[in-house]
Ligand binder design. Structure first.
Ligand code: BTN
Length: 328
């Protein structure tokens, strides 16, 4: 069993069949620590909000398994070799991107996941704020260390978007998430997910990528600030039920591991078709607001470099590298 004493005890409690108890002595043997250490770990878990029932002569069990996105909950579903094998979990952080950036300097390995129940300064693209309600969403950063030159890094936003869409579809077949180029995932036209990829690089080599993923999972309309209520949605609002955030994190890690390995080995060509299938942008009429101009036309595809191809009214095709887009 890996992790801290608290995590080992939590993993053991989570693994118990329903209604079963585990004694302090059994926990001590399973975790290889003293009964006093077990007792302390139980107390810390209770302080963290876990509801642990303790019955004389029977032992302990989780009275209710709270919907946390900690390592123990995610590990129950995880099927990866690298992504998510190291998880740094926090109740509250400023931004998981900031924590991840510090961890890169401390040599955090490829695939490290930083995840928090709440962010006080969650950030989006173009220095926008990202609303990160406590316990309602997935606010995580995946640290990747691909052996690639810096110009191949931006496509990881596209890779992550396909991974998130396909993970959502595999767990919740009734919902219809679509990618809005380059980094949003919408359901029925409303935003459920944003992706922010940041890079730490030397001139010719990527040192690390911080793939930040923010997903509205279990919010109801009133949980969003008023200005977001008409443009944002959550998976719960779309699927009609409360969802297991830890299971979705593990599924995203699985897709992300597969797709990022394909990208590093073969380039974007293999994933381009998957991206186009998951996209709600291709074939649509859009308005693209770039730093210099506003262009209108039909989105006809993306290039191997992830550049959006826009056919203008006069038939010219223009490449859009970075823009805000709206469907017209
Ligand atoms: C966007 O749509 O503008 C991107 C939003 C990215 C939000 C995620 S939440 C986890 C990670 N930490 C942050 O501060 N931002 C990203």
């Amino acid at each position: 069993m890996s992790g801290t004493t608290k995590e080992k005890v939590l993993q053991a409690l989570l693994a118990l069949p329903q209604e079963a108890y585990v004694s302090g002595e059994q926990l001590a043997t399973a975790c290889g620590i003293s009964r006093t250490a077990i007792w302390k770990a139980i107390q810390t878990l209770e302080q963290d909000g876990y509801d642990i029932e303790s019955v004389r002569k029977k032992g302990y069990r989780l009275a209710s398994s709270k919907d946390f996105v900690d390592r123990a909950h995610i590990a129950q579903h995880l099927q990866t070799k690298h992504i998510g094998q190291v998880i740094h979990y926090y109740k509250e952080v400023t931004s998981t991107q900031i924590i991840a950036s510090d961890l890169v300097q401390q040599n955090a390995p490829h695939g490290t996941v930083v995840i928090a129940e709440a962010q006080t300064a969650g950030r989006g693209r173009m220095a926008r704020e990202w609303d990160s309600a406590a316990g309602k969403g997935i606010w995580m950063t995946i640290i990747l260390r691909p052996d690639l030159p810096p110009h191949q890094a931006p496509q990881f936003t596209l890779v992550a978007a396909v991974a998130v869409v396909n993970a959502m579809k595999s767990l919740y077949p009734t919902i219809t998430p679509e990618i809005k180029w380059p980094n949003d995932i919408l359901i029925n036209g409303k935003k459920t997910t944003g992706i922010l990829t940041e890079m730490i690089a030397e001139a010719d080599r990527v040192q690390a990528l911080l793939v930040g993923i923010g997903i509205n999972v279990n919010q109801q309309k009133e949980h969003f600030p008023e200005e977001l209520q008409s443009i944002a949605t959550s998976l719960r609002m779309e699927a009609g039920e409360v969802l297991d955030r830890a299971a979705l994190v593990a599924e995203i890690c699985r897709y992300m591991e597969n797709y990022s390995e394909q990208y590093v080995t073969y380039g974007f060509s293999r994933l381009k078709t998957l991206w186009e299938e998951a996209s709600g942008t291709i074939g649509k009429n859009i308005r693209a607001t770039t730093l210099r101009e506003v262009l209108e036309g039909t989105a006809v595809g993306i290039t191997e470099d992830g550049v959006l191809q826009l056919r203008l009214a006069n038939g010219d095709v223009r490449g859009i590298y970075s823009a805000d887009i709206e469907l017209t």
